[in-house]
Design a protein around this ligand. Structure first.
Ligand code: FMN
Length: 160
């Protein structure tokens, strides 16, 4: 199994979660590849929140590819009650998801389970074979014990 761990992170929480997931998968024998998603230009918080509110994306720094990954993990922050514009754009321009399983992990100050499920539904519509979703609080990501139990649960669900 080969996993691409795509993440956008402005202040480091989503990146820390992506790294922890990657480490846990590797322990279970899944090869992982990080994919740091970046907007093409500077994305300030105010414009970012406005774009997120209206569910708009932003041009990305690159055309991101999924290669032969059979597992795709998408990790990013919640902005204005939605997914961040870079993550929105990545989802918009994803190559076909048929034959791939996807995990959506959203980090917010609060836990956004329903938003994560909505994004999961969008990815099912895009053809993903199987999608799992989870909303996490940034405080959980900063707590090493909590982070370790969360990534363990994610890995157990995915690596069967
Ligand atoms: C522009 C902006 C909007 C945000 N909006 C929300 C929000 O609506 N709800 C929430 O719980 N957190 C919100 N946050 C907080 C972030 O989701 C939270 O700090 C997250 O952990 C940041 O992830 P990161 O460190 O990977 O960038 C917002 C942060 C920013 C910068």
């Amino acid at each position: 199994m080969h996993a691409i761990i795509g993440f956008y992170s402005r202040t480091g929480s989503s990146e820390a979660l992506a790294q922890a997931v990657s480490r846990e998968f590797e322990l279970l024998g899944v090869s992982t590849e990080p994919l740091a998603v970046e907007p093409r230009g500077r994305l300030g918080a105010v414009r970012g929140a406005f774009l997120a509110l209206f569910r708009l994306g932003v041009p990305l720094a690159e055309e991101y590819e999924l290669g032969d990954a059979d597992l795709v993990v998408l990790v990013g922050p919640v902005w204005a009650g939605n997914i961040s514009p870079p993550m929105r754009q990545l989802i918009t321009q994803l190559p076909p998801l048929q034959g791939r399983r996807v995990v959506v992990l959203l980090v917010g100050t609060r836990r956004y389970e329903r938003l994560a499920k909505t994004v999961a539904d969008e990815l099912r519509v895009l053809g993903a074979d199987w999608v799992s979703s989870r909303g996490l609080r940034s405080a959980e990501v900063r707590d090493p014990d909590k982070l370790s139990s969360v990534v363990n649960a994610i890995a157990r669900e995915v690596v069967r």
